[in-house]
Ligand binder design. Sequence first.
Ligand SMILES: Cc1cc2nc3c(=O)[nH]c(=O)nc-3n(C[C@H](O)[C@H](O)[C@H](O)COP(=O)(O)O)c2cc1C
Length: 201
Amino acid sequence: MNSIKIALIIGSLRKESFNRKIANALIKLAPKSCELEILEIGELSFYNQDFDENPPKDWIKFREKIKTHDGILFITPEYNRSIPGVLKNAIDIASRPYGKSAWDGIPAGVISVSIGAIGGFGANHHLRQTLVFLNMPVLQQPEAYIGEAAKLFDLKNELSNTSTKDFLTKFLDSYSDWVLKFVEPSFLKSESDSTSTQHLQ
Ligand SMILES: Cc1cc2nc3c(=O)[nH]c(=O)nc-3n(C[C@H](O)[C@H](O)[C@H](O)COP(=O)(O)O)c2cc1C
């Protein structure tokens, strides 16, 4: 069976980031039908519209990489009730040049992770506002606000909280089933083509 390819984009560069730990847990919890890959954004240069005509190589590579995925799952902290600048930079880079956004039409999911009790609600919804403009359909339910993140991991940095594990497993099931609706025609096409095991976009 073909698997769908999901990119994980993490909004924190911190070494001990809880968001990254959640991303790593998701990779372990993912169903076989769902291949998760972290797309790094920390080395991307700052977006500058002056470079649209002749973009830096890292922008081009990032934009191309995004297009090879069936879905994009954003996992983000909340900074001052919004998303961190590093995540907005990555989003802006791949949204250009105008009319050629790499994000266009890709089904997204949003998980916000915070040490606070309200689980990064503000960041989650600021991000959703941007995704509307980028024409990325976003999974509505279940919503994912992971609060009190510092209490969820063991000494080996593994997700140890059982109810969070169960919730993330259900979230991934819902998200991957929903993403499949967007890629199903291609799947059927590739399954009838016995010479190709590659997933078609
Ligand atoms: C600049 C800054 C602003 C922050 N603002 C918020 C905030 O608005 N809401 C919140 O819940 N946590 C806020 N925090 C705390 C983060 O939830 C916490 O640092 C979290 O661990 C960041 O995610 P990470 O562990 O993946 O790096 C802020 C942290 C920083 C560094």
